[in-house]
Design a binder for this molecule. Structure first.
Ligand SMILES: C[S@@+](CC[C@H](N)C(=O)[O-])C[C@H]1O[C@@H](n2cnc3c(N)ncnc32)[C@H](O)[C@@H]1O
Length: 662
């Protein structure tokens, strides 16, 4: 508003052009005599006391910088001077001391942190700059670009002040550093080297500077490694406890450390063992400590230790302590996965498809609503089902219009999956000996709209006397549950030898009954899938091996795209070579419950009589060929080609696949 005065020389200030409110601009006002003269350029500006202080500080700083640059250029002239810079020549040190002196006490911290070999991150630098510098915000604003410039300059100075190799070495004396810290340091140093390339340096200077910094880092790393080796070599890692100390109670953190120590010794036994100690002594102590640390009974821990190499053992035990992700299976009888996902997302459920291997599975990361009580759940659009539980049904590969038996079906997760794949056609017998659990099957089948099923409560072992000639059978057998410890930690302490024996005896009986209820002449099937949620070989490979001897069945590919091969040998045990067609799933490897899946094809109703050996072979080679003279309990004639197949059944080769490591 109003007219603008022209404070500069007349004519220097341009009159604004362009459309104005008035066509003709008004003349500048005439200044009245006596009024204070505006701040002009002709007289030198009078500075306040504070401004003077700032100006003197700036000049000082500029001088320092000039000094440093001069010295730096001097230092790089000769090649041997490069070493001088690394090692800090006397002259350079002197200059540095000079500079340091000029900082006030309040800067001590800032200086200290920057003179240590751990070069502060740029962010930290900014912070210390802000908090400790005596240049206030006002000045930064005032200086505009200068403020930024001085920051850059500081970094470069700081580089110059940064630690030397000597410093790095001295830090190593204090011992081995944390790996992540080292990594961070390395990254920071590298970044620092890159960032601090001063624009004013010649390319060759920049390169030399970078080279020096990189050399420093390399040497520091080499020193660290050497220190580590020295520590390990001097055996200060682990001293085996005296006889009377072994049973002493020690706190959990110490148990944990001892486990790590023993694992290290066992990983390179010849190198790290104590001369008079056997491997067995270390293994026994490890067993004891693992039982204490993870709360297992000795029997179960011993069994699990036999399954895995040491590094996998720890991973399995750790993974069994944490729950697996919640997963659900879309009921394809009622909805599609995409629609279900959308409805659940709308309710605040955070989810994703389970993976390429399933078209119906979803993994739920978190949810604002209880996932077992949504309207979609109640309407039967999905089943809460572990990822591993979907695998046996996929291996079974049910077909429409078949006759299928689920021998141990409660609560019906897998049975309802079978019914959905059958598209409610054919007949599904969902059996479970436990009447109470069978009620859950009824409830789930109603909810999910399953209409092709009969629910029965027979003892599976008697099924062949009641139902026969199924195209496919699923035997998801009762087991010790060692694959689902994260869901039921009681297993760790409660399962003993008697339980295991009871389990594998029942499993064998159920498996033979399941095979006997299969129709080997089925045009579409004749397949059986055996599964357990146990990782113990006694309940898996041993049971299958037993069935291979007792019935005319062979292992076939499960068709599952992932999973670890079943054992063909385990310690001193040898299993049928085709056992590698079975699949094992582990919490630590596949992030799902521990599971075992085997698929068998039945070739005849022949029941071989020859094999009295109930248990799997232990390093002895026996003839598994059936005695064909009197081996059939069935009336049916045995087709010749089937006999041929059976005779070709591979022998249990001694030492074959000895290196099968799972
Ligand atoms: C692992 S669970 C089955 C889980 C089921 N397949 C599912 O996916 O929901 C084992 C089942 O076997 C049943 N069972 C135990 N002994 C049995 C037997 N002799 N005959 C039939 N079922 C039996 C148990 O009641 C239990 O429900």
């Amino acid at each position: 508003m109003g007219r603008k005065a022209q404070f500069g020389e007349l004519g220097v200030v341009k009159q604004t052009k362009g459309p104005g409110r008035k066509a003709k601009k008004q003349k500048p006002p005439k200044m009245l005599p006596g009024l204070p003269k505006p701040e002009g350029d002709d007289e030198p500006k009078k500075l306040s006391h504070r401004q003077k202080q700032r100006a003197s500080r700036r000049t000082k700083k500029k001088e320092e910088k000039k000094l440093i640059k001069k010295e730096r250029k001097k230092g790089l002239k000769k090649e041997e001077d490069v070493q001088n810079v690394n090692g800090k020549s006397e002259e350079t040190k002197k200059i540095k001391r000079e500079i340091v002196k000029q900082f006030s006490d309040s800067n001590n911290k800032w200086l200290k942190s920057k003179s240590t070999p751990v070069i502060a991150e740029k962010d930290d630098d900014v912070e210390s700059y802000d908090s400790n510098s005596d240049i206030d915000d006002e000045e930064l604003e005032e200086n505009g670009e200068n403020g930024v410039e001085s920051y850059d300059e500081d970094i470069s100075d700081d580089d110059y002040l940064a630690g030397t190799l000597d410093d790095v070495d001295s830090s190593n004396e204090s011992g081995i550093e944390d790996a992540s810290l080292k990594k961070k340091k390395k990254a920071t140093k590298k970044r620092k080297v890159d960032e601090s390339d001063d624009d004013e340096l010649l390319p060759i200077e920049k390169a030399a500077k970078k080279l020096r910094a990189e050399k420093k880092i390399e040497e520091a790393e080499a020193n660290e490694e050497m220190n580590m080796q020295i520590n390990v070599a001097s055996q200060d890692v682990f001293v085996f406890p005296a006889e009377d100390q072994i049973d002493e109670h020690i706190p959990i953190p110490e148990v944990e450390q001892r486990i790590k120590d023993i694992l290290l010794v066992l990983s390179n036994f010849n190198k790290f063992r104590e001369p008079n100690r056997s491997r067995q002594e270390y293994t026994d102590l490890l067993l004891k400590d693992l039982c204490t640390y993870f709360s297992y009974n000795t029997f179960l821990m011993e069994k699990i230790m036999l399954l895995f190499p040491l590094e996998d053992l720890m991973a399995f035990l750790e993974a069994s302590e944490t729950p697996r992700p919640v997963t659900i299976r879309t009921n394809s009888l009622k909805t599609r996965r995409r629609e279900l996902a959308q409805s659940l997302i709308n309710r605040g459920v955070n989810l994703d498809p389970i993976g390429n291997w399933s078209k119906v599975g979803l993994v739920v990361y978190n949810s604002t609503v209880p996932i077992g009580a949504t309207p979609e759940y109640l309407a039967g659009h999905y089943m809460l089902q572990a990822a591993s539980s979907m695998l046996p049904v996929m291996a079974l590969a049910p077909q429409e219009n078949e006759h299928i038996l689920d021998m141990c079906a409660a609560p019906g997760g897998k049975a309802s999956h079978i019914a959905a794949i059958m598209k409610n056609t054919g007949v599904l017998i969902a059996n479970d000996v436990n009447k109470n659990r069978a009620k859950a099957v009824v409830g789930n089948f109603h909810r999910m709209g399953i209409a092709n099923s009969v629910i029965s409560t027979y003892d599976g072992r008697h099924i062949p006397q009641i139902f026969k000639n199924f195209d496919r059978v699923l035997l998801d057998a009762p087991c010790t549950g060692t694959g689902v410890i994260s869901k039921d930690s009681g297993v760790k302490m409660s399962k003993d030898e008697t339980d295991l024996q009871r389990c594998f005896t029942l499993q064998r009986e159920l498996l033979l009954a399941a095979i006997d209820s299969l129709n080997y002449k089925s045009s579409t099937g004749g397949y059986l899938v055996y599964s357990t949620c146990s990782v113990l070989a006694e309940e898996n490979e041993c049971v299958i091996d037993y069935a291979l001897k007792k019935r005319d069945v062979k292992l076939v590919d499960t068709g599952l795209s992932f999973g670890t091969e079943g054992f063909t040998n385990l310690r001193h045990h040898r299993f049928h070579p085709t056992m590698k067609l079975t699949r094992r799933f582990y919490p630590h490897t596949h992030n799902m419950d521990g599971f075992f899946v085997a698929k068998l094809k039945k070739f005849s109703n022949i029941i071989p009589k020859n094999d009295d050996q109930d248990d799997f072979e232990e390093e002895t080679e026996t003839n598994t060929e059936p005695d064909n003279s009197n081996n059939s309990t069935e009336e049916e004639e045995k087709p010749k080609e089937k006999v041929g197949k059976m005779n070709k059944k591979p022998k249990h080769g001694r030492g074959k696949n000895r290196n099968n490591k799972n």
